[in-house]
Design a protein around this ligand. Structure first.
Ligand SMILES: *Cc1c(COP(=O)(O)O)cnc(C)c1O
Length: 381
């Protein structure tokens, strides 16, 4: 028998992922966008939450599709025995598409060349590749440029006729810049769809919106919306809208335990560089999470955490493995719970609060939580 302690049994630090929150968030968003269908985006290990458990919870909440960035992520989902429709849209230049085609993974196509490579890969495994043609409507990242769209669509028609591909979808992605820009992109998408239709293609799903567009631009819902951040209960807007305002619940709670406390005198400097000094006698609590765990160093001296019933300030520099909190005269002991972020309705900071403190967004806060932090799943039975 192993004598090693079980890290999960002693949550020195852990990310608790509430799979019922994922399920309920998807259910809420799917009801909002109906009759459009919902794709749950589980790329980047489900934004740090765990791709396979989140995919299952999202399907339980009524997601019809799953989406990931690359085919490795898609193969992980398929490898877990999940057979829902699944799209991967961002490909390595040398990607081997054959295993993905063989496992019924739909492929986003962002260039004429990709179309050829995918068709050849389909031939090599004697399958028909299901593809979603991507038009760049103004984000200027991936997608076929509008001036090349006609040629790509014409080639797709030929390859579909030859039985190499099936154009199952047409899609694009919004820049979420302004309602004017959204409207311009929507028009560009409509024009692209007209070219697809007049070429004789009849895709099953047309999709443009991610969480922000799905909620605020109803005309962008088309047949399917791609929901990432909303599934995790984090608002996409960055304008102070809370999860509760949207009927959503944050799925991840990042927590740990106070590793030590120390009473200090006025004038005592704290952590590297003494960027903070106590103005009065106070108590410090040491939290055993640092930038190696994804806690942004930029949030040094700006973020807050929940300890002993209140939000309290992080003081001094966040280090690789630890940071310090000023708890004043509160009774705080070694082993007390610390919540870095979770559901703000409980009084804890949100992932967005940490994003504000670090000059970034809630998306990055949850996605960057490191491998040293065990994920513990609740719900989802
Ligand atoms: C990541 C991503 C999404 C999900 O976006 P959210 O803002 O998290 O909802 C949707 N579509 C594409 C193409 C993406 O890359």
């Amino acid at each position: 028998m192993s004598t090693l302690p079980d890290a999960a049994a002693s949550p020195f630090r852990e990310a608790v992922v509430d799979l019922d929150a994922v399920r309920d968030n998807i259910r809420t968003l799917a009801a909002t966008v109906a009759p459009a269908r919902t794709m749950a985006v589980v790329k980047a290990n489900a934004y740090g939450h765990g791709a396979v458990p989140v995919a299952r919870a999202a399907l339980a909440g009524g997601a019809d599709w799953l989406g990931v960035a690359d085919i490795f992520e898609a193969l992980e989902v398929r490898g877990a025995g999940i057979d829902a429709p699944l799209l991967a849209w961002l490909h390595d230049p040398g990607a081997d598409f054959a295993p993905a085609i063989d496992r019924d993974i739909d492929l986003g196509v962002s260039s004429f060349d990709q179309l050829e490579v995918i068709a050849a890969a389909a031939a090599s495994v004697d399958r028909v590749a299901a593809v979603h043609l991507k038009l760049d409507t103004g984000l200027s990242r991936s997608g076929v440029a509008p001036e090349a769209w006609g040629r790509a669509v014409a080639r797709a028609v030929e390859l579909e006729r030859d039985g190499r591909i099936r154009v199952r979808g047409v899609f694009s992605h919004l820049a979420n810049t302004s309602s004017d820009e959204d409207a311009r992109q929507l028009e560009a998408f409509e024009r692209g769809l007209e070219q697809v239709a007049s070429a004789g293609l009849d895709p099953e799903v047309r999709h443009l919106a991610s969480t922000a567009g799905a909620l605020r631009v109803p005309a962008a819902r088309f047949d399917l919306v791609r929901i990432g951040i909303g599934a995790y209960g984090i608002p996409p807007f960055g304008d102070g809208t809370t999860a509760a305002d949207l009927g959503l619940r944050p799925a991840m709670t990042l927590r740990g335990r106070v590793a030590a406390t120390r009473r200090i005198e006025a004038g005592t400097g704290v952590s590297y560089g003494h960027t903070w000094r106590a103005e009065r006698p106070t108590t410090l609590a040491l939290v055993p999470l640092g930038y190696a765990d994804g806690i942004p160093r930029q949030a040094s001296g700006r973020a807050e955490v929940w300890i002993a019933g209140a939000r309290r300030p992080v003081v001094g520099r966040i280090a690789m493995d630890q940071f310090v909190v000023d708890v004043g005269d509160a009774r705080v002991e070694t082993g007390d719970e610390v919540v870095l972020f979770g559901d703000p309705e409980t009084g804890a900071p949100s992932a967005d609060d940490w994003g504000d403190a670090a000059g970034t967004i809630g998306y990055e806060i949850v996605t960057r939580i490191g491998a040293r932090v065990p994920r513990r799943y609740v719900g989802g039975e």
